[in-house]
Design a protein around this ligand. Sequence first.
Ligand SMILES: *[C@@H]1O[C@H](CO)[C@@H](O)[C@H](O)[C@H]1NC(C)=O
Ligand SMILES: *[C@@H]1O[C@H](CO)[C@@H](O)[C@H](O)[C@H]1NC(C)=O
Length: 265
Amino acid sequence: MARRYQVVQLVIALLLAVGLQTTMAQVPQHNPAMLPSQRGLAHLLFTSRISALNPQVSVACFTDYIAHSNAISEAYGQDYKGCLLEASEERKHIDESSAVERREIVDASEAVCASLRACNKLNTTLELFNCHTKIGTENTKSSYSLSGNASEFATILQERYRLIDLHHQQCGQRAERRYVTDTAGNYNYLQGCLDGRLQPRLHLTTPSTVAATSSTTTTTTEAPPPPSSTTTPTPPPTVVYDELTTTQQTQNIQDQVAQILNLLN
Ligand SMILES: *[C@@H]1O[C@H](CO)[C@@H](O)[C@H](O)[C@H]1NC(C)=O
Ligand SMILES: *[C@@H]1O[C@H](CO)[C@@H](O)[C@H](O)[C@H]1NC(C)=O
């Protein structure tokens, strides 16, 4: 129990240290079900054999996991930004490439407006009425043609925008798949590392062979040692109570770790 409490303190100090340095990276908005929950991670840490046997190794596993987790989120953010940029470039290109059609429609509509304005400039009212009577019939034809042409162009452009949206969606899904795959792999690594099947990819400055007690003293600058009550022998009746509170504390700390992990993601 005492050792587990030390582990907990170590880990919290570590998570806080890592967490403070972490930039809030973008992650997929809906967390797919196959990704580990933060609660699950915290639970994994507290139930792993390595955590109990060798706190330093489990901390190394976790440091490594968090570093990779951050890199994965960072990569996802970059991918996502790339998708947005690509789509915005393609949209810009649509406007550039349809400049001729746009000019055609604008010119045709301005010709209609100019002919109407010309009638309004006539001196006598009768002339003005007659002008609009004549021009209106002609304008009806050109307005109809203009509307038909504009509608045709619009259909083509809508299709192109639809394709861009589709590409953007596919781009986002690729980024998300990569995030999910990498995160799942990272989680598998963490499980393997905590199970002792895999070596931590990062190495601590102090050799991992150093006893757990000395390792805790090296980290006491960040994590204060557990209360001295752990060294005092406890009489049988209070053991149950002590274990209860320790379990409760561990649960609280698990919750805190889960919260810190939530901040990281
Ligand atoms: C327009 O009307 C004015 C008076 O309101 C007159 O002086 C002028 O000669 C007219 N011009 C034309 C082109 O009919
Ligand atoms: C509409 O398109 C046709 C065929 O491209 C063209 O001949 C006509 O001038 C256009 N009409 C307008 C109002 O631009």
